[in-house]
Design a protein around this ligand. Structure first.
Ligand code: ADP
Ligand code: MG
Length: 471
């Protein structure tokens, strides 16, 4: 098992946490995130950073003004280590294919489209940068708005249909497997966002333009800006303690870092470098300011919700034969867990897990390690409790099958299984009315087929009656 947690292909510890956390300050290091200040300019001054929109394990994403088109775009700045830039180059190739293949396809509009890409050299290395249309909050933040009690069913149906359309386009027309479908990676599209942003960012832009060039801007000054989710006063005591500890460590590291930077500056000579390097003494992390529809319109807008699949950072072409670990833990398919060959059907498993979560606010599978079994054992046990039988393909066909299953196809480390039906989970645990629980379960089960060759495709799922009931 790789020991670093930040390899682009290492999913071994990648879990969805449902927390409000921002990126780890310690990832602002050589090969890591690029330290960004509000007002920074990118691509020879073309893009001006106005706010932070979000972050992922591979990048930070910023709201910027594109001075060439006088419109706003999202700027994704990928970590600098080779493994991240390599996968960013692949992401760009995949995104270009998505953009070109068939703009007329229904699914095209449900995948976030790449606008531009370029490189940016900073203190932590050379970063791949990509720009996208500005989108709003992720489905994770939408779930939070409903206090993790589930999003109303009619809205989930609309979302499910669009995600499946986007996925059908990726699979059938582009030949791409996403590999990391989860609520964080599906973003809400906001109508007339440009008009809203023009007014909303006017003051920030004025402030930026009024500041003398190269002035040291306080990163923390943005904490009070609208919609900040990581307001220093609102974080918990334990988190404050952790942050303090991290900041102390960071300050010690800065001393060393500044020396390294001087050295690097000499080496790089006359390369065009963002002038605000030395402000990279990041003592705070800028809070994300996600845009939600209700800020811009009324709650009613949610009935007409439009979503887009984002983050092709781990996507791959469907023509290869893969066995490496993909997907964030809770959305990981059984063939991936046992180390069998996987392809686009793995995405369908994740979609089912995600839709269940949107309906209920809770993970469908959330495995934990015990004293006698590991997380994978527990994950397979949870899956078996729901699906009951497991095909031979999985009990013997995966690289790790023998670690989990005995010769009779039974789990080796967990003997006691509490079988349950999906409709009963929905009804008994989440109090979904019986008819709705039945219908949702009939809809979800074909995507949770253990045998990949029998699992429903996005194209097949789009014909499901459950989706046709969408208003
Ligand atoms: P990573 O590969 O690091 O996970 P993502 O592409 O998932 O990066 O982006 C990280 C986060 O940034 C997303 O979860 C979302 O909150 C925000 N984000 C990404 N793209 C956009 C966009 N086009 N508009 C608004 N926010 C975005
Ligand atoms: Mg992501």
């Amino acid at each position: 098992m790789p020991k670093e947690d930040d390899s682009a292909s290492d999913y071994s510890d990648n879990e969805s946490s449902h927390s409000d956390e921002e990126e780890d300050i310690e990832d602002y290091k050589k090969g890591g995130y690029h330290p960004v200040n509000i007002g920074d300019r990118f691509d020879n001054g073309r893009y001006i950073v106005l706010r932070k929109l979000g972050w992922g394990h591979f990048s930070t994403v910023w709201l910027t003004l594109d001075t060439l088109t006088d419109s706003h775009v999202a700027l994704k700045i990928v970590k600098a280590a080779n493994r991240y830039t390599d996968s960013a180059l692949e992401e760009i190739k995949l995104l270009e294919c998505v953009k070109k293949t068939n703009p007329e396809s229904k699914g095209w509009q449900h995948v976030a489209q790449l606008l531009n890409h370029f490189w940016h050299q900073g203190p932590n290395g050379k970063h791949a940068c990509m720009t996208f249309e500005v989108l709003g909050e992720s489905l994770l933040s939408l779930m939070k708005r409903y206090n993790y009690k589930g999003i109303p069913q009619h809205i989930v149906k609309r979302i499910a249909k669009q995600v499946l359309e986007g996925l059908d386009y990726l699979h059938r027309e582009c030949g791409i497997v996403h590999t990391d479908l989860k609520p964080e990676n599906v973003l809400v599209w906001i109508p007339n966002i440009e008009d809203y942003l023009k007014t909303d960012t006017a003051d920030i832009l004025k402030e930026i333009n009024a500041a003398p060039p190269n002035i040291e801007r306080r990163r923390s000054s943005t904490a009070s800006w609208k919609d900040g989710v990581a307001d220093v006063d609102s974080i918990s005591k334990s988190k404050k303690k952790r942050l303090k500890k991290k900041m102390k460590k960071k300050n010690e590291a800065i001393q060393q870092n500044n020396e390294d930077e001087d050295e690097l500056e000499d080496t790089l000579g006359n390369l065009k470098i963002n002038t605000q390097w030395n402000n990279s003494n990041t003592s705070t992390v800028i809070p994300s300011c996600t845009l939600d529809i209700t800020t811009i319109g009324s709650e009613k807008e949610l009935d007409n919700i439009v979503v887009k699949i984002a983050d092709l950072g781990n996507a791959c072409w469907m023509d290869g034969e893969y066995t490496h670990v993909i997907q964030t833990r809770q959305y990981r398919s059984p063939e991936v867990i046992v180390g069998a060959k996987w392809t686009n059907e793995a995405d369908m498993w994740s979609v089912a897990c995600m839709i269940f979560e949107l309906l209920t606010g809770e993970f469908l599978f959330d495995p934990r390690a015990g004293s006698k079994y590991n997380k994978d054992d527990d994950h397979l046990a949870q899956i078996l409790e729901l699906m009951r039988t497991v095909p031979k393909l999985l009990t013997t066909g995966g690289e790790y099958s023998r670690d989990f299953f005995d010769r009779s196809g039974k789990l080796k480390h967990i003997k006691k299984l509490r079988y349950r039906r999906l409709r009963d989970v929905l009804h008994d645990t989440f109090l979904v009315p019986p008819e709705d629980a039945d219908a949702a379960s009939v809809f979800l089960l074909p995507m949770l087929e253990m045998d990949m060759s029998k699992r429903a495709s996005a194209q097949q799922m789009l014909k499901s009656p459950w989706l046709q009931e969408t208003t």
